[in-house]
Design a protein around this ligand. Structure first.
Ligand code: NOJ
Ligand code: CA
Length: 699
């Protein structure tokens, strides 16, 4: 319910240049102030400790003067909101949305232009955005820069990614703010660094910890018709400023009033669990636009996928040389193609036998001989299968086994081409009954000169979600800009990659053991991630003796990721034969839920560890996941979240005594206990290890 507290738009009312809003708990205070020459500024404290020192707010425009100063206050509005809403799919059935709002209407004397700055103070953080009301002097306009500052008050520890406008697929660097520089990142990490914007440009969400134990996170919500916000750092001043991603000719955003910017968020708490469990980003997005969401279903899936990443088979049918050389243009098969009808049926059988919902097949459509790195415009048409992939036979077979097929649309960055083919591509999905698509945006963007994180591409990703929704289709995008809560508005946008996924462990120096302890504090705040956990054959030397790549976790930690890495779309990424080999451990993946009534963040420290318990949406079962970084960890978990007066059978999948992510990753043990809400569960995690627990009531 929106509670009206005080507002006045009466002329001649005097509004003080300083305004304040506090979080419902009163622990966070945000002060707004117009300083000399009408410059808007804000600052924020947590339990009276400074979090953001006086920081300027403003927007630079291509034409007609900037919106940086010369402002006076026209009116001030304050509201309180306290409501709950139900996500279609989610970590909990009910999400609380409770905040105090302060809206300051400003006008610029010299130009007569008006903007509002709205602040929302939640218990775990504050948010603000710029609003541009409809007005004569500001109709169509071009933002050349946004200058939102975040002046931090110390040399915080931070986990950062370089400001690459085309990719977030990096390992995090942990350092003090004063040590941030792209000179200090590992260059040998499997992707090219062509689009890095500058030495001190870093990505948001940015997770930090102050010397006195405050957890601070800077991010954004509801990025719609606007570019992604990266951050410029002045390292020794601990000062961050918004760095919007430019378009092909250097401007940031083309807008028309009335319109708004995305929300800029500053989460803060002395308890890391408040950050990782925060729903601020979802709360700052609009409610679902999909009235009948009954077709949006969580999914556990397997796929013709990892076998290509480990080199057992290929996406292409003919090999790049054959395709180029064949005189008659006919493709000559290499015999290594993964997406054959027969192989797909094998995965469908495996999925059906083990209770999965779906099967993804990559490399089913023509174009993969020459798909990457050439900046070619028309690589795929998204409708023509290779000769050895029988669309009808595969889909009929899947139907007969109760399995849904997941479509794959790799665009190779050619968005122009994808948009031209989108209707036909969706018609094909509907014809055969594919409920979902995994899309991909590997490589440089076409229209040429655009970045993955620019306004054009943000609009594309949102447009695809909307068009898929019109057609009752779900989407899981890879290499898209990172989500900022849009899945609340379009819950068919079921997951995205948009960070460095498990795949990097197959063919690069991989994701260090701390990686999965950071993602929930950063990437996951914006929405579910298709991380593709569940790799059991940890070392790639299993496939090829010469390979040194490996997954940087133990097997038990791969199980725990199904709980710590929230997504209603979860892949069991390894090969069927590997699951058959470790069938006892596979049991956890078969059982684990993907849609939840409730989630409890029990222990959390970014970069170190995370323990989460979640209750299945459709049963009384709980699942618990605990992970650690490279350091071993002993912990004792109170099971007081379980229903009282019930006994539970707990199956614990944990690291064996000799386990270690590098030296002995497949060493695990499984034990069964009877527990109650009064029990404490001792867990012993190996270096790079984890534990996964299923808890089922028995009385
Ligand atoms: C990168 C994606 O992240 C991966 O999952 C996919 O297999 C390849 N692109 C090919 O589309
Ligand atoms: Ca990827």
């Amino acid at each position: 319910m929106k509670k009206y507290i005080a507002i006045s738009f009466l002329l001649l009312v005097f509004f003080s240049n300083a305004q304040t809003v506090q979080s419902p708990s009163k622990q966070i205070t945000l002060d707004f102030k117009l300083i000399e020459n009408g410059k808007p500024t804000y600052s924020a404290t947590y339990k009276n400790k400074p979090v953001i020192a006086t920081s300027r707010l403003g927007i630079k425009l291509k034409e007609g003067g900037d919106l940086m100063d010369g402002f006076s206050i026209d009116s001030v509005g304050q509201w309180t909101i306290n409501e709950t809403w139900k996500p279609v799919l989610g970590e909990q059935t009910n999400i609380k949305n409770n905040y105090n709002e302060l809206t300051i209407a400003l006008s610029q004397k010299a130009t007569g232009r008006k903007i509002n700055i709205t602040f929302k103070a939640f218990d775990e953080g504050v948010a603000f955005r710029y609003e541009f009301p409809k007005q004569k002097n500001l109709n169509y306009f071009i933002i050349s820069d946004e200058k939102s500052e975040f002046n931090l008050t110390g040399n915080h520890k931070t986990f950062w990614l370089p400001g690459d406008f085309d990719s977030q697929e990096y390992a995090y660097t942990e350092s003090k703010l004063s040590e941030v520089s792209t000179d200090n990142i590992d260059k040998n990490n499997g992707i090219n660094l062509k689009s890095i914007a500058g030495k001190y440009v870093i990505q948001s969400p940015l997770m930090m910890k102050s010397a006195d134990g405050l957890y601070i996170n800077i991010f954004e919500a509801a990025v719609i018709n606007y570019p992604v916000m990266h951050l410029d750092l002045v390292p020794n001043e601990f000062k961050l400023t918004s760095h919007l991603v430019p378009n092909a000719i250097g401007y940031k955003a083309y807008l028309q009033t009335p319109c708004v910017s995305p929300w800029r968020t500053i989460m803060v708490s002395n308890d890391a669990r408040d950050i990782v469990g925060s729903k601020i980003i979802l709360n700052l997005n609009e409610p679902s636009k999909i009235e009948d969401a009954s077709w949006i279903k969580p999914m556990k899936y397997v796929g013709v996928w990892w076998e290509m990443h480990v080199g057992k088979s290929t996406w292409d049918f003919a090999g790049s040389q054959n395709a180029q050389n064949a005189a008659d243009g006919k493709l000559i098969p290499t015999g290594k193609h993964g997406a054959t009808t027969e192989n797909t049926k094998h995965y469908i059988d495996f999925a059906a036998k083990n209770g999965f919902d779906g099967v993804l097949v990559e490399g089913w459509n023509v174009g993969w001989e020459d798909w990457f790195g050439n900046w070619k415009e028309n690589v795929f048409d998204f409708t023509t299968p290779y000769p050895d992939f029988d669309l009808k036979a595969v889909n009929d077979y899947a139907k007969s086994k109760g399995i849904k097929m997941i479509m794959h649309h790799e665009t190779s960055g050619s968005v122009a081409n994808y948009e031209r083919h989108l209707d036909r591509a969706m018609d094909l999905m509907k014809k055969y009954g594919y409920p979902a698509v995994k899309s991909g945006y590997v490589g440089r963007i076409i229209p040429r000169g655009e970045f993955h994180d620019g306004q054009t591409m943000v609009n594309h990703f949102n447009y695809v979600a909307q068009r898929m929704a019109e057609n009752k289709l779900m989407v899981n995008s890879h290499e898209s800009s990172r989500p900022t809560g849009y899945s609340r508005t379009y819950p068919n946008y079921i997951a995205a990659e948009a960070a460095r996924g498990n795949e990097f462990n197959a063919w690069s120096n991989g994701n260090p053991p701390m990686h999965e302890t950071i993602l929930p504090f950063t990437r996951l705040l914006g929405g579910p991630m298709d991380y593709t956990p569940g790799i059991f054959e940890i070392k790639m030397s299993f496939y090829d003796k010469t390979k040194t790549a490996q997954v940087h976790t133990t097997l038990a930690k791969q199980l725990a990721l199904y709980v710590t890495m929230y997504s209603p779309l979860q892949m069991a990424a390894d090969l069927p034969e590997n699951y058959e080999k470790y069938a006892d451990a596979f049991q956890f993946i078969k059982e684990v839920a993907v849609d939840w009534q409730d989630s409890k963040y029990l222990e959390a420290e970014p970069g170190d560890y995370l323990t989460v318990a979640r209750k299945d949406k459709n049963s009384e079962k709980w699942f618990l996941g605990a992970i650690t970084d490279e350091n071993p960890r002993n912990t004792e978990i109170k099971l007081d979240f379980l229903s009282p007066n019930k006994k539970y059978k707990a199956i614990i999948y944990q690291d064996g005594k000799a386990a270690h992510w590098e030296k002995n990753p497949i060493n695990y043990e499984i034990k069964t206990l009877t527990v109650t809400s009064k029990s404490k569960l001792k867990l012993v995690l190996a270096g790079g290890g984890g534990a996964a627990v299923s808890l089922e009531p028995v009385n």
